[in-house]
Design a protein around this ligand. Structure first.
Ligand SMILES: Cc1cc2nc3c(=O)[nH]c(=O)nc-3n(C[C@H](O)[C@H](O)[C@H](O)COP(=O)(O)OP(=O)(O)OC[C@H]3O[C@@H](n4cnc5c(N)ncnc54)[C@H](O)[C@@H]3O)c2cc1C
Length: 445
């Protein structure tokens, strides 16, 4: 049988290789390290964790990433098996001994007879054969250039700063209201496409003070400190002048406060729908390099967001990722070149666990195809399925940004639509449904 080639032995590529070999299909795993490194990786090991040593919450009842752990364990995932073997005490989180973990993944891959690890950089996108590209946020420049030339120049985005995403059901709609600026839009839905949070002068001044005082993340060595002017972090805008934000993303024009139509807001924070389900909203123009703790504190000063739950906080680092909603089909194949699948962070998911999960799925799909079968993605009601549906279609292509797994990506439960059920009821119902549906997806394979 022809082998499946994987580019990149990171979290995603390692998991994909394991899944393919377990399905009885040979794999060639290409990895450029250690001969060619990245600014973040320090070793030549597979599945190196470049920053924190945490796989986040291991709670598979109340937490979406915990549910993703559960699904990867159920699917015989190598990354979870090695994480469990090398875990460290960390409360409800799954933290690992980073070096022992990567060494164990490397050893397991070397020991698997159907996997051949071949050192060296892949500099071009192969026209033939069955390939999975899992080169991560720090894809080598040469390959990045090749991906850009195949997919179109803007297709592989490098973002310095990303804006936070809020769970819609945590926005206080007795303060905020739905309206597009100048009521623009052909349909009622378009005219109500944004959620607006009003600020009076005192609140605005206090917000600017907090923004200027907040702790910021410094750039990692090797990263560029240059920003696109259209993508300036809000604190950088505030540093340019106290009024800059009020004339930029917080301008109050073309909007009427539905709760107090006679009061003109001094500034307005707008949130834009981030997914087809309407469960997630991103704060428009609020890309930031404030530290996570500071972000929650400062953003909860915004009227209507006092109790905001964040699906993803803003952040900054170099990140190469595809505009997957336009470029990939639901089997994670490049529409323009279906012999190439993409997996991991380069598909626009964010985080170790999410990247490994996308490797697991791409590996299973590629192995099925090699055996003459078609494997559809798991249903969107599962954590793995919610993520892959989001990146390959559910997300807005125009504003697509890397995404962590979170309950905002899960289709609401029918019986929960009516009453506003609290998270204590909703989350266990989501994770139970996910377990049932994931098991049903897995069973016939
Ligand atoms: C600075 C930084 C800090 C981060 N911190 C965290 C964190 O704390 N927590 C978290 O969950 N996530 C973090 N991330 C995100 C993290 O990178 C991903 O979660 C995860 O590593 C992505 O997995 P991956 O397999 O897609 O990519 P990677 O794990 O990066 O693996 C990609 C592999 O491809 C190889 N490669 C690249 N180009 C080529 C080529 N042309 N030919 C052959 N091989 C190639 C690379 O050497 C690498 O081994 C961070 C990312 C960065 C850049």
């Amino acid at each position: 049988m022809e082998p499946i080639h994987i580019v990149g032995a990171g979290l995603a590529g390692s998991e994909a290789a394991w899944q393919i070999a377990r399905a009885g299909v040979p794999v060639v795993l290409h990895e450029m390290r250690p001969a060619k490194g990245t600014f973040a990786h320090k070793t030549g090991d597979c599945a190196e964790m470049v920053c924190s040593n945490s796989f986040r919450s291991d709670d598979d009842v109340m937490n979406a990433v915990g549910q993703l752990h559960w699904e990867m364990r159920a699917a015989d995932g190598l990354i979870m098996a090695m994480a469990d073997r090398h875990k460290l005490p960390a409360g409800g989180a799954l933290a690992v001994d980073r070096e022992a973990f990567s060494a164990a993944v490397t050893q397991a891959l070397h020991a698997e007879p159907l996997i051949r690890i071949v050192p060296g950089e892949i500099a071009d996108l192969p026209a033939d054969g069955n390939w999975i590209v899992a080169t991560g946020p720090l894809t080598s420049d040469t390959l990045a250039q090749a991906i850009r030339s195949v997919t179109g120049t803007d297709a592989l985005a490098f973002f310095d700063a990303i804006a936070p995403i809020v769970h819609a059901d945590t926005i206080d709609m007795s303060v905020a209201w739905e309206q597009s600026r100048y009521d623009k839009g052909e349909t009622e839905a378009e005219r109500r496409a944004y959620i607006n949070c009003p600020m009076d002068r005192a609140r605005y001044e206090a917000f600017i003070d907090a923004l200027l005082a907040a702790e910021k993340t410094e750039f990692h060595e090797g990263e560029t400190a240059g920003y696109f002017d259209g993508c300036l972090p809000i604190e950088v805008m505030a540093e340019r002048g106290r009024e800059t934000l009020r004339h930029g993303p917080m301008k109050p024009v073309g909007l009427t406060n539905a709760h107090k139509p006679d009061e003109k807001p001094y500034a307005v924070v707008q949130l834009r729908r981030d997914n087809a389900l309407g469960t997630l909203y991103n704060i428009v123009g609020f890309q930031t390099k404030m530290k996570y703790g500071a972000q929650t504190e400062v953003f909860r000063m915004i009227p209507g967001l006092e109790n905001a739950g964040f699906a993803r906080l803003g952040g900054i680092h170099r990140n190469s990722f595809l505009n997957s909603p336009t470029l990939l089909d639901d089997r994670m194949r490049l529409r323009l070149r279906p012999n190439l699948r993409f997996a991991g962070q380069v598909t626009g998911v964010e985080g170790y666990v999410e990247s490994a999960a996308m490797g697991l799925l791409a590996g299973r799909m590629a192995a099925a195809q090699a055996r003459g079968r078609d494997l559809p993605p798991p249903p969107a009601t599962t954590a793995t399925g919610a993520l892959v549906h989001h990146i390959t279609g559910g997300a807005e292509a125009k504003t697509f940004q890397p995404m962590n797994v979170n309950f905002g990506l899960f289709p609401p439960l029918e019986e929960m639509r009516s009453g506003r059920k609290g998270r204590k009821d909703r989350y266990p119902a989501y994770t139970q449904r996910a377990k049932d549906d994931f098991s049903a997806w897995l069973a016939p394979q």
